[in-house]
Design a binder for this molecule. Sequence first.
Ligand code: ATP
Ligand code: MG
Length: 655
Amino acid sequence: MTQGIDVLLKEQRVFPPPKEISEKAYIKSMAEYEAMYKRSVEDPEGFWAEVAEQNITWYKKWDKVLDYDFEKPYIKWFINGKLNASYNCLDRNLDSLRNKAALVWEADDGEVRTYTYWQLYREVNRFANVLKKLGIKKGDRVAVYLPMIPELPITMLACARIGAIHSVVFAGFSAQSLRDRINDCGAKLLITANQGVRGGRIVPLKANADQALEGTPSIEKVVVVKRTPNFVDMDPQRDFWWHDLINDPEISNYCEPEVMDAEDPLFILYTSGSTGKPKGVLHTTGGYMVYVNVTFKWVFDYKPEETFFCTADIGWVTGHSYIVYGPLSAGATSLMFEGVPTYPNPGRFWEIVEKHRVNIFYTAPTAIRALMREGEQWPYKYDLSSLRILGTVGEPINPEAWMWYYKHVGRERCPIVDTWWQTETGGFMITPLPGAMTLKPGSATRPFFGVVPRVLKEDGSPAGVNEGGYLVIEKPWPGMLRGTWGDPENKRIKEVYFSRFPGKYFTGDGARVDEDGDYWLMGRIDDVINVSGHRIGTAEVESALVAHPAVAEAAVVGFPHDIKGEGIYVYVVLKEGYEPSRDLEKLLISHIRHMIGPIATPDKIQFAGGLPKTRSGKIMRRILRKIASGAIEDLGDTSTLADPSVVEELVTGRK
Ligand code: ATP
Ligand code: MG
């Protein structure tokens, strides 16, 4: 019995950085990366002081760069430094970028609204004054339940401007989920919309909010954006229209930014809930701003005049860090999209790329797989020649999905940055730098500057080359979580992140490092399957399945097995034009045996119409595990599930 995770698949394809990208990149070569990386881990305080000075504007410099103890744990960066996040995203850009587009918004129906830095600055200032008028002060929590409309980043920046802590709740969540999140942080104010619009459908946000607010004693007032012309109930004592408040002639155009300590909270945000109950992660101001700013610039190699399109919802950390705080603090043009990739047709993303001449495009494996399923003709209907760099985040990307993205979207010109990170990490942790790294489909390549990852075996000893194990981070980085709300002594984070391997941050993910020092994420530790003493990660078996032409998506879980301990249960979603059959099942089994070996032979294959996913689009294997083992009465926390009807279908079709 091995102590780590067995390595089943080895990807051999390599893609060196294109010369035209390297020549102009911030980090131009592996040698440059290695030298900077070495410095960043040998002298983290010197390295980060320089980055913080060059990239962020401070009212007052820090006394000390870093103070931490991973045993307790506590983490402090830029001690006694003073700054304001909204100032860094707006005010300081006005001199040179006043008339540059800060936000380009494309609505579900194709309408476009553009905010220059000046216009965004003005809106944020006015709304910050509205917040003050509503009684919001530094340190108060503001819950935000808004769809992907410009008022969402405006609200976040207005909160940051006055030192209020925002807690954004994804607009696809139910009333109950919203209520729990409001109560967890004791928010005084809720910002929502009458309705949302997504994929041609109406989302009843205000009605959900009303239901949530039946059990939220802390909420005093509600601000409602009028996204659609439709009528909704308004409580005259409690509810106010955004447009009435912001157009009030008494509201002034300028709001002095609050001087925030580097360690003052910036926001609270819940994790996606893939592994269980979501965790309310707390990020502070200084370290987070430094980290998202510089990861954005260097990893996407952002150049002035480029348009950056991140398809994530701002309700997730990806949107916080790489639609709002990273790009805007870097003076970028950030495109936000209200809709979904398949509406009105599966060419929507590419239509947006063509229409706005997008240069950098960042999405998730779930979206790529969904678009692959629709066929490669879609990206060819549009002019994608503006694209320079592509990115992915959220799950391990199956090498075949990577290749599809590389070929049909990037036309073999654009490096793909496969960014591994978490809500808790604030920004990218393991990621290619597009001008320096040689890419391998499915590998997130190397740690970002200052990040010290290790792969450990069960007993805490280091795993060898190409040995799968537990991914931990040994040293603090500026963007890391400081705790969770309501737990000032950090008991909760100690238990969740710092106990499995004392003194180290445990990520919950499995990984291996190959002979070149590149990292490969192997899926979640909770999802590892133990077959006759072999510990199998989910990512590789799923990737092998997705490499078969009939398979659009696959999920692999274990189930109790008399002889092997655990058997392998496979859920398969087929591509358009393929039908489930006993023959196809046999074909897939022999395909796996051929690609991986007999050890990964599936015991059961279930064809499915869809897989259970979090609302951020990740496969929820814990639910699939329950279904496979027959424990269908107790599915655990399903509040973060995107489409409950998928589960019913899977239960009915259980093998
Ligand atoms: P919860 O912590 O509530 O279970 P979650 O982990 O899905 O939810 P997020 O913080 O949104 O919440 O996701 C982070 C996780 O997503 C990582 O731990 C990892 O499992 C996965 N992930 C993100 N990016 C990548 C990537 N590029 N490659 C592989 N896995 C990734
Ligand atoms: Mg997690």
